[in-house]
Design a protein around this ligand. Structure first.
Ligand code: HEM
Length: 345
């Protein structure tokens, strides 16, 4: 994955977008992320499937206990679902002979956890047939994955319905990996999320790993850029180069498949050490590094990196996740309740 020439080198001037420093540590309020239709309801399955949350939690816990890195996969699945066509489980649908689904779009190539979601859905179908949507399952599993990784927990509003369409072409709605912080702010704003949500939800990179092609272009000179990314700590870049060959050498399978932890040393624990890496110019992805380019996000990163605001970050993360989980939801008689998450009924 090579960076476009214009995006390779560091922008010199930090973007000064919004003077929102006073909002640090305050709760995000309002937000227009929710879709039209009925509001989500924490007790939505109380009567129709009272065991739903427990079933999801037990299955998720068993899987994460066995493979702790699955927590990252589940969190990312929910994010990729919500940003593309809303939280409607469209990310779970398979391609058909006439349609390439989101799942098979380039940015989704490394999504994981589909089998686990299918297993949970099967359990729920046995307990309460045709009742619990795949979109709700994704929201609950993401919440449980974070909690199981020693992160915060929160109440999840429920009642989402599943979409009937999924198109690879819609994946352009995902925030860009390359560009600058302004583009990230815009991509979040397009979903009703603000700059605080951007820096808080980027904290999800406290979990999981990235494949070499996602950051190789930061490590080597490339077209239009005579140096490695100057925003990346040089010693850290040296270490990363040992595992990740040149972006121009993408045919090298062993390198393409190699991964690095997004939060080195702590990638299965949900904590604030991601922000410490970003503050030291050791954020792995360009989007992590861009957080230092904006007045508000930089201030938040530095504050979280201090280690004295873990409780604030946990609170903020729960609030922002609830906002993200309500992007473009289908409710009422919209969409359907799929019986299998990978195909429409
Ligand atoms: C701000 C814009 C974002 C960009 C550009 C971005 C991009 C990426 C990329 C390129 C990877 C590595 C993929 C790979 O190489 O396999 C990744 C991993 C990950 N992302 Fe993000 N991301 C963003 C925001 C988010 C948000 C908002 C969340 C969740 C709330 C999230 C959760 C994750 C997780 C958990 C992983 C690790 C996945 C795994 O280990 O399987 N990301 N992200």
């Amino acid at each position: 994955m090579a960076a476009a020439a214009t995006t390779c080198c560091r922008r010199s001037a930090p973007a000064a977008l919004l003077a929102v420093a006073a909002l640090l540590c305050t709760t995000t309020t309002g937000g227009s992320a929710a879709g039209a239709g009925q509001p989500l309801d924490v007790g939505y399955y109380n009567k129709t499937c009272p065991a739903a949350e427990e079933i999801v939690r037990n299955e998720t816990a068993a899987a994460v206990r066995e493979s702790p890195d699955l927590a990252a996969a589940l969190l990312r699945l929910h994010y990729h679902d919500c940003f593309v066509q809303g939280c409607d489980a469209s990310v779970l649908l398979d391609s058909t002979p006439t349609n390439t689904a989101e799942k098979d779009a380039m940015p989704n190539g490394s999504l994981r956890g589909f089998d686990l979601v299918a297993r949970v859905k099967d359990r729920l179908e046995r307990a309460c047939p045709a009742t619990v949507s795949c979109a709700d399952i994704l929201a609950l599993m993401a919440r449980d994955a974070v909690a199981l990784s020693k992160g915060p927990s929160w109440s999840v509003g429920l009642g989402r319905r599943d979409g009937r369409t999924s198109s690879a072409g819609s994946c352009g709605e995902l925030p860009p990996l390359h560009g600058d912080v302004n583009l990230l702010v815009q991509a979040f704003a397009a979903k009703g999320l603000d700059v605080k949500d951007l820096v808080v939800l980027s904290g999800a990179h406290t979990l999981g790993k990235a494949h070499c092609p996602s950051y190789a272009d930061r490590l080597y000179p490339s077209a239009g850029c005579s140096t490695a990314d100057p925003a990346l700590d040089a010693r850290y870049a040296d270490r990363l180069r040992l595992r990740c060959a040149s972006a121009n050498n993408a045919d090298d399978d062993s390198s393409s498949n190699s991964t690095s932890e997004l939060d080195p040393g702590s990638c299965v624990t949900f904590d604030t050490s991601y922000y410490r890496h970003v503050a030291r110019r050791r954020g792995l992805l360009r989007s992590d590094a861009y957080l230092l380019d904006h007045r508000f996000t930089r201030a938040y990163v530095l504050q979280a990196a201090s280690g004295r605001y873990d409780g604030h970050f946990f609170h903020d993360f729960a609030v922002s996740m609830a906002k993200m989980a309500s992007i473009g939801v289908l409710t009422g008689d919209q969409g359907e309740i799929r019986t299998k998450c990978n195909v429409v009924n």
